[in-house]
Design a protein. Sequence first.
Length: 456
Amino acid sequence: MLKQESVYLDYMYRVYSLLIIICLGFISKAQDSYKFPPGTDQIEIPFQSAYNLIVLPVKVNGVELNMILDTGASKSIIFNLSGIDSLQVNKGNLLVVEGYGKGKTFSAYYSEGNTLDVNGYENKSANIFVAAEREIDLLPTLGFEVHGLLSTQFFQDALVEVDYLSREVILYKNPEAIKYKTRSMRKVPITFVNGKPYTKGFFRNGSQELPADLLIDLGSGDALWLLDIPENFMKNNESFEDYLGFGMNGEVSGTRSKMDQLIFGNYQLNRLTTSQPGEGQFVEIIASEVEKSYTGSVGGEVLSRFDVIFDYARSILYLRPNDEFKYGFFYNMAGINIVAGEKELFTTVTDDRNRKVRGVYRTLENEKTISTSKQYSYSMVPRLFVNYVRPESPADLAGVQEGDEILKLNGVSKGNLTLDNTSSKFFKNPYSKIKLKVKRGEKELKFNFRLIPVIK
């Protein structure tokens, strides 16, 4: 069975959205809003990113956590407390909920009146869920710790710009502040159900055309999820069955394919990668939700190709293509999944001469400094391992094996490799060459292969 690492996470996010929908009848309508600090009209928030997901630093009742910014979640959720000594939340209710996947019910604790602080943008009346029985550890998949989801409420009280290339979220208090930016951007009307943003789009596949109601979903790393579409719309497309992700209760499977065109915000995107959950695993649940039925969702693989500004107050999404817009949509063309292992100390040395200086793991060009003595800098970097090799894939045919540790990729040594910048190489530039150096046991091995599209 094929495994495509970019979408391992999506079903886990959607399980929490389901939890929130089911529990709506039990939740009070208490005010849940953010405020800017006095005298502040703009806040810049750097974010971490992997697989097109936006991970913000958030203080929950004073405790520092990392949370995925998710327009597809109605309430904020904590699902992992790894590395956290303790977290105090206000007294609440224990709820038993069904989840996605093949398993039984699970429990979640619902708490009101908590404080969420995102670089000074503060909500002192936040309602949150806390997974009561099970934790989901995304560290091996993303390369850094993630503790939960930050809900769509984050967007209600500010204009929110997402700059994927600079990896920065910018909050504006006043509409006047973005006038100069939005002049060169297209306005896309959006509507809301349970606080989640939807827009109109259009699918084309072969000779078929289909109007689409689309959830704009920052909590999905994929390009396009297909939900309520006619049975024959993708019937003749090349496709494969795959593991789509996991929920609190187990694995979820479905079909991966490619669609000819998506019209989104009057922009045309061609040959998009698509994911379609198997019968009974998603669509039946959606039909029972309190929100409207929708055709699919547009995720980070599409949104990251734009400069984006959300204006919830005026029901507008602003879009402008960035430098990533020119790239095609592909599944993992190398055929290997990478996970992060334990961290190790990495040392670099600089001096006042512009020459090569030997570090612990690599040789690097150093910048000039005004100091006449050597300077040392230290960082902890995760070791990267191959945890899956797709049979008959380019990496498999070259000889890469599960368990290999990556030492170098296309000339970049391990001190500068992250899970994100390593894995992302396998989704771009079809037929380009990959040069890989790995450690297997006590041996160091080199492999060369080309990226071959799974579906063209």
